[in-house]
Design a protein around this ligand. Structure first.
Ligand code: PGA
Length: 246
């Protein structure tokens, strides 16, 4: 596991974008795993800049997102479909035919999850999976207690997540209770992992992920078993680490 500590959020975002960009240049038809949330936004802005100013070409790139809320249409402003289009896809030349995001409106959820896994395999697996981390150590919607061998499936959101999300919705009954998410096992099959974290609020989760024992209590700790995992964090997120890193 390579731990890279950057001065601040901007530097973390640029370092992350460099990793993605060098893969895209080296392998133009690579398979990228994207994440939502506030953490990767700066990295996505930098990728957009690289596309606009430097001609970074995404036309052959295949994408798979980690997760999506159940019951939200892709056009819903809180859906992860909407997030990805508004924050990245509409500003770069990614081919919509190669974009994959779990479908929260799928009628047969189990069949859809199996299809999603199959699609990842058909494209030869994910070359680089981008990850955020929850303050509780979750990756994607694999909350504490998730099986470390899990596959893409439906998960019940924790009461805390539902409460936290309520502010984004007009009525309490609109707040999603379930999500579709790649499993921990699915994520671990990516050829490389790139986990980003910023801010003191992530310091405990990063300490557990980098230096703690592997445990389903902090699903992110499983990345210790990955052969090619890079963790890029800012100073604040690194503040509880005991060892010295780059
Ligand atoms: P955040 O979320 O980037 O908004 O902090 C990360 C996550 O929960 O995975």
């Amino acid at each position: 596991m390579l731990v890279v500590i950057k001065e601040n959020y901007d530097d973390m975002s640029k370092a992350g974008a460099q990793q993605v960009a060098s893969l895209v240049r080296e392998k133009p038809d690579c398979v990228l795993g994207f994440a939502t949330g506030s953490t990767p936004l700066g990295m996505y802005r930098e990728l957009i800049r690289m596309h606009t100013e430097e001609g970074l070409d995404f036309s052959k790139v295949v994408t798979f997102n980690l997760d999506e809320y159940v019951g939200l249409r892709p056009s819903h402003k809180q859906s992860y479909h909407y997030f990805m289009y508004e924050n990245l896809f509409k500003f770069i030349n990614v081919d919509q035919r190669y974009v994959h995001i779990p479908m929260g409106m799928a009628e047969d959820i189990d069949a859809h999850c199996a299809w999603y896994e199959q699609k990842i395999n058909e494209f030869g697996g994910i070359d680089l999976q981008i990850l955020g981390i929850g303050a509780n150590g979750h990756i994607a919607f694999n909350e504490p207690g998730s099986s470390l061998g899990s596959r893409t499936r439906i998960k019940t959101l924790s009461a805390k997540t539902v409460r936290d999300n309520a502010r984004f919705f007009k009525k309490p009954d609109e707040v999603p209770r379930y999500a579709l998410t790649m499993g921990v096992g699915t994520i671990m099959e990516a050829k490389r992992l790139l986990l980003l974290a910023s801010g003191a609020v992530k310091a405990d989760a990063i300490k557990a992920t980098v230096e703690g024992p592997i445990t389903a209590k902090y699903p992110a700790t499983i990345v210790q078993l990955h052969r090619y995992a890079t963790i890029i964090i800012d100073k604040e997120a690194s503040s509880k680490l005991e060892e010295t890193y780059l």
